[in-house]
Write a protein that binds this ligand. Structure first.
Ligand code: NAD
Length: 491
């Protein structure tokens, strides 16, 4: 990160290993910024392979005892964890806004989604039940137990500092595994605070470990022979690399990648509902959401009205410091990312798309040093253009009109990412056709952000997901356990 402000006097954050806070062995550190203010608020240490070794050693030592702890006792620690998250809900939401920039309401929503994962994990004694069958042959009985897999690790992106780590930690731990997690180096504070809460949950030392850092930590996790399972969330190139490297090292891996989400508007859609919902989908979290709408696909005659109403609605959004309750869209994560998104706007113009709303001049007057970029809309976008292909991960909508629903489905299928897709329509037939044929595996019908709840599987397809078992819900209990089948005959 190339932000200039020096972080004099700010010590790098400690790691949490074997039940203790300890300094990272890495010499380098990165400044962490409040994106609304542009100020340095913390430093992330760039931990080393030696730090990962220490965390894995602690997790390995803890595994013997923790894996033998009865599921109901493990679940009880998650009930305590849930209560502490709830008690500290507002502080956690404020931390998310402070280090990420999203609005305080968006932060509250994301912490809530994280807590819901802990709630699902609390059901472990039921969810971990296996299968059994009497008399598979005369006098022969069979039972399949679920057993924890060992030391598991997770690597998180910057855009959901609380929620994404909580997609994994509660499930891994409640299944009897021990755990190592690396948050994004851009947003290390929220997870550090969550670990302080975990300290009060009576987990034995080494059950949960936190290692800050970047690429070196990720590669050490992929290669470490003591780690059995790796969960990754981030951009597609890194997800693919992590999947390949960690599976080559013999681990089970789930790697969630980037997205390019298409939102189809049929001529029979209720546009009042649709445009309000679509505006939230495209510009919520400043577009830094893996389920954010990115390409608007109006079908037939609705094109002009849908575009004009989206432009009006986007232009009206109040951009500013996410901590201000009146703000509707916060800053981007960093100055570098803002430049990258602005670069895509320039690219769209140069490739011939029509920029009908330009957010580049938008500023938040009371926050002159924040990383703000206003909402932008491109019309007449061809699906082959860079802005319709690349994940921009910012507040830029591309309007890509088509003639019919089949054409919309074709545009979506031609894109390598397949995370989420939505349709707005009042026709059950169109909705059913869309849900059945969409290439994405998270589909919304008159819903702009089709995020599955914590008890359903979450994850995309094709270049948006590498692996088979998805995140949270029953898949999490599958991912974090092995089946042992015992066949018995008693004489
Ligand atoms: P990123 O890929 O840059 O980083 C993700 C993690 O990988 C971070 O912890 C980072 O330290 C590490 N990392 C970065 N570069 C690496 C490298 N070369 N080698 C090894 N490790 C590396 O992603 P990001 O910018 O933090 O997050 C945004 C991305 O995450 C977007 O593409 C978004 O779509 C995706 N995302 C996907 C989902 C999903 O459910 N599919 C959810 C949230 C975010």
């Amino acid at each position: 990160m190339a932000h200039a402000a020096p972080a004099a006097g700010i010590e790098p954050l400690p790691n949490y290993v074997g039940g203790r806070w300890e300094p990272s062995s890495g010499r380098a550190s990165l400044d962490v910024h409040n994106p609304a203010l542009g100020t340095v608020i913390a430093r992330t240490p760039m931990s080393t392979g030696a730090d990962v070794d220490r965390a894995v050693a602690a997790a390995t030592a803890a595994f013997a005892g923790w894996s033998e702890t009865p599921p109901a006792a493990r679940a009880r620690t998650m009930f305590r964890f849930r209560a502490l998250l709830e008690e500290n809900f507002e502080e956690l939401a404020r931390l998310v806004t402070t280090e990420h920039g999203k609005t305080i309401d968006e932060s509250r929503g994301s912490v809530r989604r994280g807590i819901e994962c802990v709630e699902v994990a609390c059901g472990a004694p039921s969810m971990l039940m296996g299968q059994s069958l009497e008399n598979v042959a005369a006098g022969l009985d069979c039972v399949a137990f679920r057993q924890p897999v060992g030391v598991c690790a997770a690597i998180a992106p910057f855009n959901f500092p609380a929620m994404v780590p909580l997609w994994f930690l509660p499930f891994a731990v409640v299944c009897g595994n021990t755990f190592v997690v690396k948050p994004s180096e851009q947003v290390p504070l929220t997870l550090s605070r969550i670990f302080e809460l975990l300290e009060a949950c009576d987990l034995p030392p080494g059950v949960v470990n936190l290692v800050h850092g970047g690429r070196e930590v990720v590669e050490a996790i992929c290669d470490h022979p003591g780690i059995r399972a790796v969960s990754f969330v981030g951009s597609t190139p890194v997800a693919r690399a992590v999947y390949e490297r960690a599976t080559r090292a013999g681990k089970r891996v789930q790697a969630l990648g980037g997205a390019k989400n298409f939102v189809v508007v049929m001529p029979d859609a209720d546009l009042d509902h649709a445009i309000a919902t679509i505006t939230e989908s495209f510009y919520g979290c400043a577009g830094e959401r893996c389920l954010a709408g990115s390409v608007l696909v109006p079908v037939g005659a609705v094109h002009g009205e849908a575009r004009d109403r989206l432009v009006a609605s986007a232009r009206a959004l109040r951009v500013g410091d996410g901590m201000d309750p009146a703000t509707q869209m916060g800053p981007l994560i960093s100055g570098r990312h803002r430049e990258r998104v602005a670069g895509y706007i320039a690219k769209g113009i140069s490739e011939g798309a029509r920029l009908v709303l330009d957010g580049r001049a938008t500023a938040a007057p009371e926050r002159p040093d924040g990383y703000f970029l206003g909402p932008s809309v491109f019309d007449a976008v061809d699906p082959a253009m860079t802005i319709a292909r690349d994940e921009i991960f910012g507040p830029v909508a591309s309007v890509c009109p088509v003639g019919d629903l089949a054409g919309a489905l074709e545009v979506m299928r031609a894109h390598p990412n397949a995370n989420a897709a939505s349709i707005f329509t009042s026709s059950g037939k169109s909705a059913r056709e869309f849900a059945h044929r969409a290439s994405s595996s998270m589909v919304g019908v008159n819903v702009g952000v089709a995020a599955p709840m914590a008890y359903f599987p979450f994850g995309g397809a094709r270049d948006s997901f590498f692996g088979d078992l998805k995140v949270h819900g029953r898949d999490a209990f599958e991912f974090y356990t092995d089946r042992k089948v015992v066949t018995s005959r008693w004489y």
